[in-house]
Ligand binder design. Sequence first.
Ligand SMILES: [Zn+2]
Length: 90
Amino acid sequence: MEKMTYCQSCGMPLTKGTHGTEHDGSQNNDYCLYCYKHGTFVDDCTMDDMIAISLQHMKEAGILAEQGKTEEETKEFLDSFFPELKRWKK
Ligand SMILES: [Zn+2]
């Protein structure tokens, strides 16, 4: 089975067709197309900004309800998950 990869900026699962692109149009394997386009990051935001955006997105997409998690629990998870991602790793 293929290993599941996540966007190393926003944490969303990277599936076929959701990869970012390099300047020459080739595929980038670390980031999604919402974060990384034409060899550069789309948003120049901080990790905290990205966590807030992700949380909002998960809430709107009904993922919190689906997983039976509160907003606080999910925020806690994201706060520990994001520093592991390549873009935010110090
Ligand atoms: Zn992303």
